[in-house]
Design a protein around this ligand. Structure first.
Ligand code: F6R
Length: 608
């Protein structure tokens, strides 16, 4: 998500950290800030908008500072604004922190700290940290930070400067990356390797639970319990462009690998201690939820495909009509809407013109509106009545991967919250689904580990000109997303079809030159799907089947099989899309396409 940089040494520290920050600019952000130690105090400068603006504000301002840190923020808690920009300090301004990640228990900590007299300047979760350090401080900054971190739950990469420790920079990590760049008589720190590369290629990657103290000539790492630990020094050999992508050839490939973390981050802070979904994620009163008589999920492209999954998951249990609709159609077709309608708008960017227009139409009709949005502070996240932020972090590749998977997680969580409020699911059933959701990151990781098999399939079919993606029920929803991924980055013709529809026309196109991807992950539809696989096999098409572990029948009628870990049918889309993303990626790579920026497409479609 956000970017952090830090420096201690003989150079002009503020210049260094701002320069480092520019190397992280490609990741996207909404505000930036710097803290520097000057004359025994910590000075902080922050600004909404671009790093260039911050750079102008601090230009020549602190030439004598030798210790500094900087941050670019991508809003999660609290809108993009100067007060919410990092770094954040305690009441006295003696402990100043930049943080990436999410402090899950910040609300209760903030309440307790406020009761004890602490005053907060921002809406962020981060700000509790410097106040906790302030409270714990008894003369040793390192101990105070250690104790403060033991009180927080969630994920963090933090870097801290303190007026009580003139010659040190402090850092700690849990579930959010942080690397130390080693220099001669100077040290660098950053959330990502590209930020240290212009200065050094020798790095230490901190592990979860590590706390580091950096001095000009020393880096000391301990665990949160205080025990010392050694981490290996790595020599980075990537060039700067590759480093931006974390060593990957393309952002898309990196973002596919980011998906386990995106799932965890989207669930973070949304589950109660009892294993239920926190109903507050809906933002609506229980009364209003119970009065709903119809739901529309409205979106474009990949986000629409997430809406289709929602339709299936929600409608079965909610007992009211749930429709998924393309925003470009919805806005012009006068749908039936009243004050008991809920319109859910799904959008990664929050800026898609048709989705925004659909929101306006829904509001005009008096419906309740709920955005599922990745970019905090975007138009949709400001204009929808209620918002669920997906917390996938910035997505840079035009083709959506991790944002889609996090939209699916959002759809499951919101669906469960609706079901509970309308008494359509028991607490035990809900807890069982939540437990299965929590296993998904590990299962996605297992699918990713099977990449070699997908590479071989891509090599075999790189010359194929037509791909059909077939599925039933939720598999049909995933087939649509798989076909879209393939066409948009490889430019190969691909189409998704509800498997039962084949014989009503499209079967005429099936010949031995066609490659069919048959999705057969839904246990309850398995037999039906096998019949459809046989239909295309009988026309000599090659069949690649996506099956759940334990299915021994579908493989018998398939040419190639990709096996997925098994979970309940309803959650299989999260696992099934991953090999399809990899297949699209590798086909496009073999065909030497512009993967991250496909022709004719834009990341944010702000015009109709
Ligand atoms: C495809 C893709 C697009 C977007 C669509 C909506 O990979 O990314 O289909 O899903 O343009 O964009 P958002 O989600 O920003 O509204």
């Amino acid at each position: 998500m956000c970017g952090i940089t830090g420096y201690i040494g003989k150079r002009e520290a503020v210049r260094v950290v701002v320069d480092q920050l520019r190397r992280l600019e490609y990741r996207g952000y909404d505000s930036a800030g710097v803290a520097a130690r000057v004359d025994g105090r910590i000075d902080v400068v922050k600004s909404e908008g671009k790093i260039a603006r911050l750079a102008m504000m601090v230009d020549g301002a602190f030439p004598e500072a030798r210790v500094a840190l900087a941050h670019t923020r991508w809003a999660t808690h609290g809108r993009p604004s100067t007060p919410n920009a990092h770094p954040h300090g305690d009441c006295s301004g003696q402990f100043v922190i930049a943080h990436n990640g999410i402090i899950e228990n910040y609300l209760e900590l903030r309440e307790q700290l406020s009761e004890r007299g602490h005053r907060f300047q921002s809406e962020t979760d981060t700000e509790v940290l410097p106040h906790l350090v302030e409270e714990r401080f008894r003369g040793c900054v390192e101990t105070a930070l250690r104790e403060a971190l033991r009180e927080v739950r969630g994920s963090y990469a933090v870097v801290m400067v303190s007026s009580h420790a003139p010659d040190a920079l402090f850092a700690a990590r849990q579930d959010s990356p942080l690397v130390i760049g080693l220099g001669e008589g100077e040290q660098f720190i950053a959330s990502d390797i590209p930020a240290v590369l212009p200065y050094t290629r020798r790095v230490i990657v901190l592990e979860d639970g590590d706390l580091a103290v950096l001095r000009e000539n020393e880096v000391r790492i301990t665990r949160l319990d205080g025990s010392p630990v050694q981490r290996p020094i790595l020599e980075v050999t990537w060039d700067a462009a590759a480093a931006e992508k974390g060593g990957y050839a393309h952002f898309m490939r990196k973002e596919i690998d980011d998906q386990p973390a995106a799932i965890r981050d989207t669930m973070r802070g949304r589950i109660t201690a009892e294993g239920a979904v926190d109903p507050r994620i809906l933002g609506m009163s229980a009364e209003r939820i119970r009065a709903l008589n119809r739901i529309y999920l409205v979106a474009c492209g990949t986000a629409y495909h997430a809406g289709l999954v929602a339709k299936h998951f929600w409608e079965r249990r909610l007992g009211i009509p749930v429709e998924a609709d393309l925003a470009s159609e919805f806005r012009y077709r006068d749908p039936a809407i009243d004050e008991n309608t809920l319109v859910v708008l799904i959008s990664q960017s929050g800026e898609t013109a048709d989705t925004r227009a659909a929101l306006r139409a829904a509001r005009a009709g008096g419906a309740a509106t709920l955005g599922i949005v990745n970019v905090v502070g975007s138009t949709l996240s400001r204009e929808a009545e209620h918002v669920f932020h997906t917390q996938a972090g910035p997505e840079i590749c035009v083709a959506s991967t991790k944002a889609y998977v996090s939209q699916l997680i959002g759809v499951y969580l919101l669906g469960l919250a609706l079901m509970r409020q309308r008494e359509r699911i028991t607490a035990a059933e809900e807890a069982a689904i939540v437990a299965d959701l929590a296993r998904l990151p590990e299962q996605v990781q297992a699918v990713l580990a099977n990449e070699d098999a997908i590479v071989r399939i891509a090599e075999r079919f790189a010359g194929c000109r037509d791909f059909f993606f077939l599925g039933r029920g939720l598999d049909y929803c995933v087939a649509m997303e798989g076909a879209l991924k393939l066409k948009e980055i490889s430019y190969i013709h691909s189409e998704a079809l509800a498997a039962g529809e084949m014989k009503h026309g499209t079967l005429a196109l099936v010949t031995q030159d066609v490659c069919t991807l048959c999705l057969a992950t839904q246990a309850r539809l398995q037999e039906k799907m096998i019949s459809n696989v046989k239909e295309v096999k009988a026309r000599d098409a090659t069949v690649i089947s996506l099956v759940r572990a334990g299915d021994t029948e579908t493989p018998k009628v398939s040419d190639y099989v990709i096996e997925l870990p098994a979970t309940r049918d309803e959650l299989m889309p999260v696992l099934a899309i991953v090999p399809l993303q990899l297949l699209a990626y590798h086909l496009a790579r073999i065909l030497e396409r512009e993967i991250d920026q496909p022709r004719n497409l834009a990341k944010s479609v702000t015009v109709e």
